[in-house]
Ligand binder design. Sequence first.
Ligand code: SF4
Ligand code: MG
Length: 342
Amino acid sequence: EDVLLSVRELATHFTADEGVIRAVDGVSFDVKPGTIVGLVGETGCGKSVVARSILRIVEKPGSIVGGDILLRRGDDWLNLAELPPYGPDLRKVRGGEIGLVFQDPMASFSPVHTIGSQLVEAVRLHERLDRRAADRRVAELLDLVGVPNPERVMSAYAWQISGGQRQRVMIAMALAGRPKLLIADEPTTALDVITQGKVLNLIRDLQERTGLAILLITHDLGVVAQMAEEVIVMYLGRVVEKGPVDQIFHAPQHPYTRSLLNLIPSTEAVARQSLKAIRGTVPHPLNRPDGCGFHPRCDVAIEGRCDKDAPALQIVGNDHTIECHLGEAERAKPCEDAGRRL
Ligand code: SF4
Ligand code: MG
């Protein structure tokens, strides 16, 4: 099968005085070329740490303690998890083969250099171009991301343009190295709803026009429903459910995904309880519950089991897996409302 990025049993831990935080604790997934994969979960579930691990920009005291991050290069695989952190290979990958877009573009621009000069620098980092060719390439990139007035934007400073324009420029910057994969971590969270929609349209449009693969990280399931072909649901550093978007939205199988979708499951066992809001909050990672990490918040937890044993991976459909103790009969049936509710 055609795969561009394969993350295998990735573990990224943070060592604090109080103990070890297992922010990412055995995460596996694939990204196929030219697809949009949505990575979802509440804040604190480890999504951004997955992104930072792939790019090898995890801040201290965090580090990758296990697993592989395999990036396809022709017939070969490059294991990003094994590359020396400041070596030339990783520099080529970052911003080259893999581009990164995150929530707050302001933080990623220099306040004292014009946008144009920063874009030119980004372009020249990956391609040997003279000044005029670099300028042309930058104009092309700004056109690609739909910046209406490239000349003006190029001579402006980051703080002189709107949030939406800034996010477009940041996407242009991420595309400067002609990546095959774009990782977008909450790319629209800081934007108002209308601008959010425009930036999401742009991302999808870019994917269609350039054949980019995109790992789209968000806490917003509505965004994933609109954009992604495949969905990965994370909870407390684990992938709890993974599958094609229509199966995840119309027949979610994991209680956490169901809660995220705000579903009312239809089995007898759970129909008595409303799952309209997720009870409680994500536990502090130092106080990780035993057994299934979700059990203190799960309305269908099995006493004596979910609080003791970690659930194993179950195949529940075509390319669709969950980590949960519930058997087929105990899981609620598909909810036809799922799509409409979004
Ligand atoms: Fe709920 Fe148990 Fe499944 Fe965890 S394993 S999600 S606690 S039913
Ligand atoms: Mg995050």
